[in-house]
Ligand binder design. Structure first.
Ligand SMILES: Cc1cc2nc3c(=O)[nH]c(=O)nc-3n(C[C@H](O)[C@H](O)[C@H](O)COP(=O)(O)OP(=O)(O)OC[C@H]3O[C@@H](n4cnc5c(N)ncnc54)[C@H](O)[C@@H]3O)c2cc1C
Length: 313
């Protein structure tokens, strides 16, 4: 672990800040146990502080040099294990992700700008726990589990149990996310993530929806996962939409699934959209996500990101 000199912040905030850099998981966890907050790409933590969202923590540990957190590969189960430091730029282009978790690539490909995607990590996106984060819906659809390491060792937490509210997780302050593990994806599956955005770049989801579907040889849906973003306090699955799809030929159930997405939404009104508008758009995004996932499951090649290539932005 290397230690940078303490720095004094702006005159209005005279607190002395410490910054250390960890080169392995153990030293990062040790620093966190002593009160340091991890910083990966800094695109939430540092940029947010500069924009006055929340002051920068007094003690930080840089984790970007921990090489083992940047790996992306297959588990023995066939599912993907994505290291916490894997960037959105990598996720949007990686062959394994594009082949089996296309919806995750759809999501990472529309995060911020080129600079945001080059620096922003999956781990930071997950641990920031924004209800409008883009990778959350695809991760939930793939049954993702967070692998956390703390002073007591490793534990695995399904993302459904990790996110407890806007900006909140069940992880301890001394627990480092090391990876996210996804379930294996069966043949004849397709996935997609789409969002409503007002601009092509530097925008967060006004409404987002992810879907993963599997069809059999006759085109009947045998498995379906649907999750919503920016429509509830945490990213969550919509079981009613999934139930509407399973056993159908897909096409005839799209409207019922989209209506279920809207019905499950509990959106807020803010400067970007009213709750009523978000609920109306939830139905549209639900329809688009399910339709794109079904088309991909049937073998159609639809370029990433689906938000742009299929529907315009
Ligand atoms: C201009 C701009 C545009 C953006 N657009 C989008 C967008 O379209 N969609 C979207 O979803 N997000 C967007 N973001 C948010 C941000 O880029 C993403 O959430 C990104 O993935 C954060 O990753 P990071 O590595 O930069 O996180 P950091 O800022 O380093 O960390 C974020 C939080 O996670 C914690 N953390 C980081 N890594 C770990 C770890 N391994 N273990 C435990 N805690 C950890 C940090 O302590 C901090 O609380 C945007 C940000 C900016 C500045």
């Amino acid at each position: 672990m290397t230690t940078a000199p303490s720095t004094t912040h702006a005159a209005s905030q005279p607190a002395r800040r410490t910054y250390v850099e960890a080169t392995d998981v153990a030293s990062a966890v040790a620093a966190m146990s002593a009160g340091a907050r991890p910083v990966a790409g800094g695109t939430d933590l540092v940029v947010g502080a500069r924009h006055g969202k929340a002051p920068l923590p007094e003690s930080l540990v840089g984790i970007h040099r921990i090489g083992e957190l940047a790996s992306l590969g297959r588990l023995p189960s066939g599912g993907l294990r994505i290291g916490a430091l894997v960037t959105h730029a990598t996720l949007a282009e990686n062959g394994d992700v594009l082949a089996s978790c296309t919806g995750l690539a759809d999501a990472s490909a529309i995060v911020g700008s080129h600079a945001t995607r080059a620096n922003g990590t999956l781990g930071g996106n997950v641990m920031n726990a924004s209800p409008a984060m883009d990778t959350g819906a695809p991760l939930l659809c793939h049954g993702a589990v967070a692998v956390l390491v703390g002073p007591g060792g490793e534990r695995r937490v399904p993302l459904t149990d990790l996110w407890t509210g806007p900006g909140r997780t069940s992880a301890g302050a001394d627990e480092l996310l090391v990876a996210v593990e996804l379930e294996p994806v069966a043949d004849r599956s397709g996935s997609a993530y789409v969002r409503l955005q007002y601009r092509r770049q530097m925008e967060i989801a006004v409404v987002g929806c992810g879907a993963v579907v599997r069809v059999d040889e006759a085109g009947i849906v045998t498995d379906a996962r649907v999750a919503i973003s920016a429509l509830s306090p945490v990213i969550e699955r919509v079981r009613e939409a999934e139930a509407a799809l399973v056993g159908s030929d897909g096409a005839t159930a799209i409207e019922a699934a989209a209506a279920a997405v809207a019905a499950a939404s509990r959106p807020i009104s803010d400067v970007r959209a009213s709750a009523d508008y978000r609920r109306a758009m939830a139905q549209v995004m639900g329809r688009r996500a399910v339709l794109t996932a079904l088309r991909r499951a049937s073998g159609e090649s639809i370029a990433v990101p689906a938000s742009d290539t299929t529907f315009g932005s």
